[in-house]
Design a binder for this molecule. Sequence first.
Ligand SMILES: *[C@@H]1O[C@H](CO)[C@@H](O)[C@H](O)[C@H]1NC(C)=O
Length: 352
Amino acid sequence: MSRSEAAAPFLLFLVLSCSFSVAVLAASTYPYKEQKQTLNVAGGGMGGGAAATTESKRYEGSSDLVNLRYHMGPVLSSPIKIHLIWYGRWAASDQRVIRDFILSVSDTSVPKPSVAQWWSTVALYTDQTGANITRSVVISREYTDAGYSKGTRLTRLSIQQIIQHAVAASADRAVDHKNGIYLVLTSRDVAVQEFCRAVCGFHYFTFPSIVGYTLPYAWVGNSGTQCPDVCAYPFAVPAYMAGGGPKALRPPNGDVGLDGMVSVIAHELAELSSNPLVNAWYAGEDPTAPTEIGDLCEGLYGTGGGGGYTGQVLSDRKGRQYNMNGRGGRKFLVQWVWSPVLKACAGPNALD
Ligand SMILES: *[C@@H]1O[C@H](CO)[C@@H](O)[C@H](O)[C@H]1NC(C)=O
């Protein structure tokens, strides 16, 4: 869920915020205005790594703004089995980028700064049984819906209908109820209710009346041709920012819409894992508009970020920006997430 967020002095962030909260159909305004926080942190808790911190900026103003609390519900502590649904037309090369990102979450052999190291911050969240979020994420099976079974203009509820259709249409209907989640990815020609305007992705859980049972799911859309300046920031910036504002970064896999999706997928997976039934980890008093662990760090990709600046990231030999390595030599630019240990945003590329 993933509210997007308004980073104060910059109007930019009123627009940019990605994935927004969708707990209820009505939750579509920006309920809070929070500052982005940045902190120079090392490790992000990787392997119990030292939390040596050097604060560069504290959350300005009241720390009440970041009152991330646990609400007694479960987190995803068992190995996560993703059922991936490709809705619309997808190039095989684009699918490989997304698969590689997802599979990098559990791949600890990748050189640092790595996706797995980024996920180690997510794995710091526990539930009331003391169980941490799992470090194991696999793609359990994939479904394709190249025929746009629900059309090219979707509502939020259509996403659940797409899930129902995918499962019903597959020969093997076995779904791992225990550890399964759905991830629905829509191609760039698909419009989704509030996509671009208020959301870039969301997560929730399925309803028995539509899908037949309750499992967590997330949706992320490709914004490449619809609103890259909104949902694929910082690979595109709004036109009115051209000039004095931050310049667009170059996407590490060469595709603004696709590389933008990767960070939103990361955001949603982190939030879905820490708040799968919308009763675990979130800030704010309103569970229909929760501020979750990705929301708190939206727009922040490196040390020193905040207020419209992404923070320090890395560049590859071709001059493309990234902040973490994935399997097969891939590189990704993914937003940081809130660490419950550091009480700050954390990422694998943090500088000491
Ligand atoms: C589990 O979470 C606790 C509390 O955040 C943390 O101290 C511990 O390192 C975590 N364990 C793993 C394996 O991430």
